[in-house]
Write a new protein. Structure first.
Length: 210
């Protein structure tokens, strides 16, 4: 069972890169753990650390102002590459609850919902402005309401071409109702199946006595 997701407000960090693949999210040499936890320390390992294992000061997540970030804003095709479920495990274990990008790789996108990590697809122009705001403003916090399917930026943001809105600006995002149910309830496939445990048991009894 994953942690259910309803609403979340958190500091946003900008990862202004496209085609971030799962081997960069969690390199293959760290996939030997048998638990779902403990992968956060290896998140973006080849970018976060230099060859001698010291933190790379040039990588965004090593900046002090982003150390408590729980929302990651990224570029197109986030989570491409192999289908490893360890990628959302690492992001969540590090502390992220939401990833915002213009597009995601399909398998990564679906894996997120089963592990309590919400991937939000927003238009490219909106995400580019968010990336810039997260880099320029501090703190830059975003609120996400899954029930209403709304992302709200802080005051001063605006739609492209619009005047700054001191009350913030909201963006609606789309999500498949079935996947939305998974993450709202904190379910994976096993947890979802167990909701029908009584029906399954009744069916098995008919098979045994038929």
């Amino acid at each position: 069972m994953a942690e259910p997701f309803t609403t979340h407000t958190g500091l946003a960090a900008p990862l202004d890169r496209i085609n971030v693949d799962t081997d960069q999210i969690i390199p293959k040499q760290f996939l030997k753990r048998i638990e779902r936890t403990g992968f956060g320390q290896f998140l973006f390992y080849d970018w976060r650390f230099t060859g001698d294992g010291t933190p790379d000061p040039g990588f965004v997540l090593n900046e002090d102002r982003y150390r408590d970030a729980t929302i990651l804003v990224a570029g197109d095709n986030f989570g491409c590459g192999s289908s490893r479920e360890h990628a959302p495990w690492a992001l969540q274990d590090y502390g992220f609850r939401v990833i915002i990008a213009p597009s995601f790789a399909d398998i990564f996108y679906n894996n997120c919902f089963k592990n309590g990590l919400l991937p939000v697809v927003l238009p490219g122009d909106t995400v580019r402005r968010m990336l810039a705001s997260a880099a320029e403003q501090h703190p830059y916090s975003i609120s996400v309401d899954l029930e209403r399917q709304i992302v709200t930026e802080p005051g001063g943001a605006s739609e492209p071409g619009g005047a700054p809105d001191p009350g913030g600006v909201s963006h609606r995002f789309e999500v498949d109702p079935f996947l939305k149910h998974f993450i709202l309830e904190g379910l994976d496939e096993i947890g979802w199946t167990l909701q029908f445990e009584d029906d399954i048991a009744a069916y098995e009894r008919t098979q045994c006595t038929g």
